[in-house]
Ligand binder design. Structure first.
Ligand SMILES: *Cc1c(COP(=O)(O)O)cnc(C)c1O
Length: 376
């Protein structure tokens, strides 16, 4: 089965009791036990398993080419579970421009006190090798394309370096989605998603998921964290995510095509200093993205002349593109990352991050051009 077909069918079937084509939403928290004490449906309590969540997990495992998926209440809950389960070795090597929520998790909760987090620029494979060999390393965290510098990391090479050091390699595949990039095929030990973004696709659900291959040492620990620590994905969010998945391949193609047009228009604009987007031929990540991805994604950052004030002034003028955090939905969203992230941010002051939505690219471009004209 091709990806487009899997996205619609895997984990779902026509409901035998009603003939419903659309998968039912099962909100029941509890399931009847047999008179003999058995569990005839195989279900007992929704924290442990729920039919709608099971369907979402089955679909995600198939799309990433994995064995099992474990769904959590948010991307951060999935990341926390991965960090909480950790081999004896105390080092986690992560990208220096890692998703900012991870930085906050490390700095503001006990997670950061349990392990030694070592940030490196993972485009530099020698730096990565040095970081994983300098001390016993349990986990190598890979995020590509990265946020907000849109850097591309060589997934196959980074996973190989992790394996040689006896560490597990986990890829945050949120920005690429299984449509554009399948890390398990490139040697990753697990894939993580914030389903809040492209998988949901409409900015209306929050969930996270981890996908592991067969015989993964992570499978049982993550399942136990899900069951017993309890940050499970809600049935309704799983139902929305399953709905989103059906159009994911189609949406990603449209997102990518739109982003390419927007990036090209921004590059040509005199008030724009730089555009960070691997779809541009002279972007440092262009060749690598072309090899390991089936498209360049739809996240881009651009840096305007004039620093933070200029960037804020441009964002303030936009009428169609919405000033908001998050990404991956139908609506184009723009964000001034430096002011959101605060001290410690790697975002240049004049950088605006754009999640190119599914509006017509010409409408997005004319909104951006109109806003950029305030800098004249
Ligand atoms: C949003 C995001 C997360 C966190 O996911 P939530 O669903 O917001 O908890 C993690 N990684 C990346 C790359 C993200 O974009």
């Amino acid at each position: 089965m091709q990806l487009e077909t899997k996205a619609i069918h895997i984990g779902r079937r026509v409901d035998p009791s009603t003939g419903a084509v659309s998968i039912p939403l099962h909100t029941s928290t509890t399931f009847e036990r047999g008179a003999d004490g058995s569990f005839p449906s195989g279900l007992a309590y929704t924290r442990d398993a729920n039919p709608t969540r099971n369907a979402f997990e089955t679909a995600m495992a198939a799309l990433e080419g994995g064995h099992t998926a474990i769904a959590f209440s948010s991307g951060m809950a999935a990341i926390t579970a991965l960090f909480e389960w950790h081999p004896e070795k105390g080092r986690i090597v992560a990208p220096d421009d890692m998703y900012f929520g991870i930085r906050s998790l490390i700095e503001e909760t006990d997670i950061g006190r349990r392990f030694e987090f070592v940030p490196v620029d993972m485009r530099n494979l020698d730096a990565l090798r040095a970081a994983v060999t300098a001390a016993p390393t349990g986990l190598v965290w890979i995020e590509t394309p990265s946020n907000p510098l849109i850097r591309v990391v060589d997934v196959r090479a980074a996973c190989q370096i992790a394996r040689e050091a006896g560490a597990l390699a986990v890829v945050d595949n949120t920005w690429a989605t299984p449509v554009l990039q399948r890390p398990l095929e490139l040697g990753a030990d697990a894939v993580m998603h914030s389903a809040t973004k492209y998988i949901g696709g409409h900015s209306d659900l929050m969930a996270g998921v981890v996908i592991v291959p067969e015989a993964s040492p992570l499978e049982r620990p993550l399942r136990m964290i899900q069951h017993h620590k309890g940050s499970v994905a809600a049935p309704f969010d799983c139902w929305l995510a399953l709905r989103g998945l059906q159009t994911l391949p189609l949406r990603m193609r449209a997102h990518c095509a739109g982003a390419q047009k927007v990036a090209e228009a921004l590059v040509a604009h005199p008030r724009v200093e730089n555009v960070l987007f691997p779809g541009l031929p002279d972007d440092p990540g262009h060749a690598l993205a072309g090899q390991q991805m089936a498209g360049y994604g739809a996240m881009l950052s651009f840096i305007v002349h004039g620093g933070a004030d200029a960037a804020m002034a441009v964002a303030a003028q936009l009428k169609l593109v919405t000033r908001a955090t998050s990404l991956g939905g139908t609506h184009s969203l723009i964000e001034h990352r430096a002011s959101v992230e605060g001290p410690g941010s790697m975002a240049p002051a004049g950088l605006l991050r754009l999640s190119v939505g599914l509006e017509h690219p010409e409408d997005i471009i004319s909104d951006l051009k109109n806003a950029l004209s305030v800098l004249r």
